[in-house]
Design a protein around this ligand. Structure first.
Ligand code: AMP
Length: 399
């Protein structure tokens, strides 16, 4: 069974075609600059050379059509006809309070995605455009599945998801913690239990998704009970360019001092802050490590802040669950950076966490346990694969 996974941004459409029975990626790529000129499609068949097609893509419908044409192309295509695509799984940012699982798209699902535009103004409109583009271009009746970034976190209890604002704002605007990277937290926590040969029901797991955007989830018995991101992906630990949690009073303070509009303040918090804002060097942790190694104190401070804030979240989630059995690292930084894994778990022996420096050192992108044999808490690395997770959830729904 072939499943096409699509992740639409406002001017882009990333895709992967999976043969789900083998888990193999048949082809993948990215349509860029949709609707803004100089558009191009980069397409890479498994085992073949990447093909770049520069052609105008005025909208997502044209982009999806070009992706399908590439997949069936006589020279570099990987399937004979689009009929061989059984279903399409779409990454969708926000399902608000409505869905805690992935769903087959119908008019009601589209209405929910639309209703959540105010909660995900950059992503949800693009995600819906991607769904509608596929509907109009693929053979009638091809199922479309929406896989939501927020869904996994819907099991949080009210004491974890409510903000202490006047209650009317929850009622009027649905302001509450939603959490993101849910597909990754679900996949990684499930995979961790499998990898350790345990039943997820018996485990208290803290998943640490550390990438350009970073978030943590407390997963008790397979269910998310708390997460670090909030109403938006700005909350939690400081990130590449996002502040993470700060004293909310700082926002009106800076706006008044600098005469900033709400939009300008939003840009400052989301695009100019985080480890980039602190270091002045880069949002990329490889650049930060290099600069810190060369004596750049602000780069070192940014790395120290990231590790310290992450450690505080791990400690608070252990407290929230009344203990922790497994801490798992994933995503670009979590999978590849031994120094950050070591720093974030340093001095946690009081919690029963002991990382083995030798098992940790140099480990990149591989499933592995990195804690010592006598560590009460198992610490491991499990690479995330959000696209495969979307394909698997899509398959489960259409089978
Ligand atoms: P992601 O958002 O999951 O793609 O993660 C992006 C972050 O992961 C960037 O800050 C990168 O610096 C970091 N990263 C990715 N690959 C590596 C690597 N091989 N070594 C160290 N850091 C990496």
């Amino acid at each position: 069974m072939n499943i096409l996974v699509i992740n639409c941004g406002s001017s882009s459409a990333k895709f992967q075609l999976f043969d789900i029975d083998t888990g193999k990626v048949l082809a993948k790529g990215n349509a860029e600059r949709i609707g803004i000129g100089n558009s191009k499609l980069t397409y890479k068949p498994d085992g073949g050379e990447a093909v770049v097609i520069e052609q105008d893509m005025p909208d997502h419908k044209v982009a999806v059509k070009m992706i399908l044409d590439a997949l069936v192309n006589a020279e570099y295509g990987v399937i004979a006809s689009v009929d061989e695509i059984t279903a399409v799984g779409h990454r969708v940012l926000h399902a608000g309070k409505y869905y805690s699982e992935s769903v087959i798209v119908n008019d009601d699902v589209k209405r929910v995605i639309r209703e959540c535009f105010p909660l995900g103004p950059l992503h949800n409109p693009a995600n819906l455009i991607g769904i509608e583009a596929c509907e109009s271009v693929l053979p009638a009746g091809t199922p479309q599945v929406a896989v939501f970034d927020t869904a996994f976190h819907q099991t949080m209890p009210p004491k974890a998801f409510m903000y202490a604002l006047p209650y009317e704002y929850y009622e009027k605007y649905d302001i509450r913690r939603y959490g993101f990277h849910g597909t990754s937290h679900r996949y990684v926590s499930k995979r961790t239990a499998e990898f350790l040969g345990k039943d997820p029901k018996d485990l208290k797991i803290i998943t640490c998704h550390l990438g350009n955007g970073s978030s943590f989830a407390a997963v008790d018995g397979g269910k998310c009970v708390d997460t670090s991101m909030g109403l938006t992906p700005l909350a939690g630990i400081c990130m590449g360019t996002r502040t993470g949690d700060i004293d909310p009073a700082i926002v009106p303070f800076i706006m008044q001092k600098e005469g900033l509009t709400p939009e300008e303040m939003d840009t400052l918090l989301n695009k100019k802050s985080g480890v980039m804002g602190i270091s002045g060097v880069s949002s990329d942790f490889r650049d930060l490590a290099k600069a810190a190694g060369e004596g750049n104190e602000r780069a070192q401070l940014a790395l120290d802040m990231f590790a310290y804030q992450g450690k505080k979240i791990i400690g608070s989630f252990a407290a929230a669950m009344g203990g922790v059995d497994v801490i798992v690292f994933t995503a670009g930084i979590g999978e590849n950076t031994d120094t950050m894994r070591a720093a974030m778990t340093d001095d946690l022996e009081f919690l029963g966490v002991k990382v083995d420096p030798e098992l940790n050192m140099g480990l990149r992108g591989k499933e592995a346990v990195i804690s010592t044999a006598d560590s009460k808490v198992t610490v491991c690395v499990i690479p995330t694969n959000e696209e495969l997770a979307i394909a698997q959830e899509t398959e489960a729904l259409v089978r």
